[in-house]
Design a protein around this ligand. Structure first.
Ligand code: C5J
Length: 222
């Protein structure tokens, strides 16, 4: 056990029962021509956290702690993409349409890949998820239970959509959740700020907040 300096209060972390969940650091959200850009967003905001997410992943790998990556994507026939999701909003390209990085948010297409700087290494788990939450319609819950994991550190994009949804799903399932505040980002800075505040409010009603340096230090017992 080591004490993580976090907000709203410090928490004991047991590296043997902890995993890092890196949410959706995919080209479709972070690079021009993908899903995020098709919705009119400025993707440079998200690109900026790649080095910090890389440092967090490196810290987990060096400590021998489980790293799990997720990708929001759909099977090629879109049978796992409800029309209510595909038809939402007025994007330049809808899920499944052909774009510069292949079909938008479709498994196996270049845009659905994790950015090369953060690519999973052999042995790391990659969860393809059709929803915003990482537990919905995936094996994540079973994988964590099989490994005896009870504490989760979250990073990735976007803070108020897939990261927050996944963290809330995990919180309801009894996991202690920490969000790496500088390793997550939103297209909307005010939404990121509001999400951080609502997670830690009311005594950490959804979980804890800590920086990448604080988390990596705790993992390494310093
Ligand atoms: C969104 C995500 N924003 N990964 N997905 O649609 O947050």
């Amino acid at each position: 056990m080591s004490l993580l300096s976090a907000r709203p209060f410090a928490i004991d972390i047991d590296p043997a029962r902890t995993a890092l969940i890196v949410i959706d650091m995919q080209r479709d959200f972070v690079e021009p021509g993908g899903f995020g850009a098709s919705l009119g967003n400025d993707v440079t905001l998200l690109q900026a956290i790649i080095p910090t997410v890389g440092r967090l992943i490196a810290g987990f790998r060096a400590a021998g702690v489980t790293v799990i990556h997720t990708r929001e994507c759909h099977v090629p026939d879109l049978s796992d993409c409800p029309p209510a999701k595909r038809n939402r909003g007025n994007p330049a390209l809808r899920i499944g349409d052909a774009g510069p990085m292949g079909r938008i948010l479709v498994a196996g297409e270049p845009g659905a890949d994790i950015v090369p700087e953060l690519a999973p290494i052999v042995g790391e788990i990659v969860i393809d998820k059709p929803g915003k939450g990482a537990f919905y319609a995936t094996e994540l819950g079973k994988i964590l239970a099989d490994r005896g994991i009870r504490q989760l550190v979250f990073a990735g994009v976007t803070t108020e959509v897939c990261v927050q949804t996944s963290m809330r799903e995990a919180n309801d399932r009894g996991f202690e959740c920490v969000l790496a505040t500088d390793a997550t980002e939103s297209y909307f800075p005010a939404f990121k700020q509001a999400t951080l505040e609502m997670i830690a409010a009311q005594g950490g009603i959804v979980g804890w907040l800590a920086t990448t340096d604080e988390i990596v230090s705790a993992l390494h017992g310093s």
